[in-house]
Design a protein around this ligand. Structure first.
Ligand code: 5GP
Length: 293
């Protein structure tokens, strides 16, 4: 069977992105921002994660003071093949590697367990409702408030729903490096995530939830590879159309534009660490919260 050209291109782009993200995890370990044992643990508990796709040698390269020759000796002593990935280790190999890492690379940093979760998904899938449930029921989590150049909808409150800013202010924020990420969404308005409140919350050991579009999620993955990327799915395409048209807050032209964006957005689900189907708001929200622990 031949692989269609488009799939092949998308596949190789995804492979490059995953390689870059794994390199960033290695860097985080070498700079003391993540523990090697934490990376191994995540690879074990999350077989679909980037960590699970890392080679053992790649993780060891992140440990200061371990050169090529020593790494070869270590993995030989641990009876692990050089090509082995963290997610593919047997239980005994994992235990031996874990014990080695705990001794060789004790973690002195602050790994409080706080994490950044990005909630993305097609338009009208219910990201807003899921994040509102979390804001109202899980007090420790910071729900990031984005800045946007779009006009407020009825009932939206400045500083709560969004920071509603004009183009000049948005330009200034970009210029000043105030955004963790920003994007033009639905070919119309600009949306961006202010970085400072996120850094502060994580430093205080609070988890953070970003509800942003897919372009934004990709940017976060590139700058903070330890972020957990969640893709919220509708129960079906028909249900998504019903939710979008039923909202009644957009013009017909705007609805058509959002539906075509949604189609493209759905195709991006394979880039995400977790897929959660939004059958029921509370269940989906609890699933998202469970990723923060
Ligand atoms: P709405 O205009 O319906 O509030 O949001 C439109 C889209 O913009 C949603 O998909 C939402 O997730 C996304 N969005 C909201 N804030 C941000 C942000 O800060 N950055 C990015 N990239 N997208 C955002």
């Amino acid at each position: 069977m031949t692989v269609p050209e488009v799939d092949r291109a998308a596949g190789s782009r995804a492979a490059i992105a995953a390689r870059r993200a794994r390199a960033a995890i290695k860097k985080a370990v070498s700079e003391g921002r993540r523990s090697a044992t934490g990376v191994l643990e995540r690879a074990t508990t999350h077989p679909e994660s980037l960590e699970a796709g890392m080679r053992v040698t790649e993780l060891l390269q992140g440990i200061p003071g371990l050169g090529k020759i020593r790494i070869e000796r270590v993995i030989e002593r641990l009876s692990i093949s050089p090509s082995k990935r963290l997610g593919g280790l047997g239980a005994l190999q994992r235990d031996r590697l874990g014990a080695y890492l705990a001794k060789r690379a004790p973690f002195s940093g602050d790994e409080s367990g706080a994490c950044l979760v990005v909630l993305a998904g097609p338009t009208a899938v219910g990201k807003g409702t899921v994040s509102t449930w979390i804001r109202e029921n899980v007090p420790g989590v910071l729900l990031s408030v984005s800045a946007t150049t779009r006009a407020p909808r009825p009932g939206e409150v400045d500083g709560v729903s969004y920071y509603f800013v004009d183009d000049a202010e948005f330009d200034r924020m970009i210029e000043a490096g105030e955004f963790l990420e920003w994007a033009v969404v639905h070919n119309s308005s600009r949306y961006g995530t202010p970085r400072a409140p996120i850094d502060k919350a994580l430093a205080e050991g609070r988890s953070v939830l970003l509800e942003i579009d897919i372009q934004g999620a990709r940017q976060v993955r590139a700058t903070m590879p330890e972020a957990r990327l969640v893709f919220l799915l509708p129960p079906s395409w028909g249900e998504l159309v019903r939710r979008l048209t039923g909202r009644g807050t957009e013009t017909e032209e705007e609805q058509a534009r959002r539906l075509s964006t949604a189609e493209v957005e759905l195709a991006a689900q394979s880039e995400f660490d977790y897929l959660i189907v939004n059958n029921d708001v509370e269940t989906a929200a609890r699933d998202v919260v469970s990723l923060m622990q």
